[in-house]
Design a protein around this ligand. Structure first.
Ligand code: ATP
Ligand code: MG
Length: 378
């Protein structure tokens, strides 16, 4: 397997300066090091990359020694974060070999580090497996990733069934890239998703939480939701959630906010996804003559309890979700005496946004109420 090398001169200003600094240090120390993955894919597609990752033949310890402000992350496959500010770091990963790598002599190697050629094969899709040599201005392509980018196709490296068995999260990544890159999923990938989707239930809820934020905090959030429903993957993330006008409205609103550089929070996603279930459970409890407050509280706790079996909701997040829900009743029925208190509540803004979206979708009868809260803030 020899790579194709394509000379492509990306504008220097498009490449992160700190990533270039890291590459320079690694090259000076005579290591091989490339930009890799999503950043090259996005640069080729004319998008602005979210992060710039580096792959190298230097071991994590060697990288760590070269950079004062760096730290080793993870145990089984340690990678290095090189810190440039409190929030900004560049991730450097050592080339990785396949499991049970056997050397030419038939000896099982005790480390899992490999060569560039081997590193390619552990990546998920061909569009994500391009490397960029910043000295020669060349894209290094072992798997026809460049043509997949040009043809807008998501193809798996290797057999999709095996690769999904190895890591079921790749199924979610496939959908995320299909939608966000407006690409076509290879038919083998689609078929394999329908066979292997149940494996998502083996993934730790904490990992799925991170993945869910990526799935829905983007400019095509609702389309991702639709594709997850169609493929049957949604049930393995949000068993209690069904499509609705409210979800459509809320996810489109999230995408709009991101386009306008406004802040978004996963608390909003979860409160929207679980609202319908929470309501149904609330009605059931009300029929048992519980007070509004008690019914609301119990319904919220139960729905959250079921949810966290699939996708983790950190404590701060479930508390916020509950606040948004509890405040709906207050916003619907608040007496004028309590208006100032409610507006002063730090969760008011989220609860108000939630009410507005309900009034614009499933609860048109709340339009006047929503207008009232809009007016009163002016
Ligand atoms: P994004 O735009 O979301 O950052 P990305 O492709 O850069 O997309 P990352 O999660 O940043 O995604 O991962 C960087 C690279 O690591 C990917 O491009 C891919 O090559 C590889 N990778 C990430 N997750 C997996 C996985 N689960 N299986 C195989 N390879 C993966
Ligand atoms: Mg990335």
């Amino acid at each position: 397997m020899n790579p194709k090398r394509h000379r492509i001169n990306f504008e220097k200003k498009l490449i992160d300066k700190d990533a270039l600094k890291v590459l320079k240090v690694l090259h000076k120390a005579k290591f091989e090091a490339y930009l890799v993955g999503g950043c090259i894919r996005d640069l080729l597609l004319g998008k602005i990359p979210k992060d710039f990752d580096i792959a190298t033949n230097a071991t994590p310890e060697q990288v760590h020694k070269l950079f004062k402000r760096s730290r080793l992350i993870g145990r089984r496959f340690p990678i290095v974060h090189i810190m440039f500010s409190a929030r900004k770091y560049i991730e450097v990963a050592t080339f990785r070999a396949p499991h049970n790598h056997i050397n030419k002599g038939g000896v099982v190697r005790d480390n899992h580090y490999g060569t560039l050629k081997e590193d390619v094969l552990r990546r998920d899709f061909t569009v994500n497996a391009l490397y960029y040599d910043t000295n020669k201005f060349q894209v290094i392509d072992f798997v026809d990733g460049l043509s997949a980018i040009n043809e807008c196709k998501i193809c798996m490296i290797g057999n999709p069934i095996n690769r999904f068995e190895e890591d079921p999260v790749r199924m979610l990544r496939a959908i995320r890239f299909e939608v966000n890159l407006e690409a076509k999923l290879d038919s083998e990938i689609s078929k394999s998703i329908s066979k292997k989707k149940h494996l998502l239930s083996n993934i730790p809820p904490a990992r799925l939480y991170d993945e869910c934020v990526k799935l829905f905090h983007n400019e095509k959030s609702y389309r991702v939701f639709e594709r997850l429903s169609e493929t049957g993957l949604l049930k393995f993330l949000f068993q209690q959630t069904n499509d609705s006008k409210f979800i459509q409205k809320a996810l489109n609103n999230t995408s709009e906010r991101l386009k306008n550089n406004k802040s978004v929070t996963p608390a909003f996603l979860f409160s929207v996804f679980l609202w319908d279930s929470q309501n149904k459970y609330f009605d059931k409890l009300k029929k048992r003559n519980k007070s509004n407050f008690i019914a609301m509280n119990q319904a919220s706790e139960e729905v959250i309890r079921r949810q966290v079996k699939q996708v983790l909701m950190p404590k701060w997040l479930s508390a916020r979700v509950k606040d948004i829900w509890m405040m709906q009743h207050q916003l619907e029925k608040c007496s004028s005496k309590k208006v100032a208190d409610l507006i002063a509540n730090p969760r008011f803004r989220m609860a108000y946004d939630f009410l507005v979206l309900r009034s614009q979708s499933i609860n048109p009868e709340l339009s006047d109420r929503a207008k009232y809260w809009t007016q009163i803030q002016k």
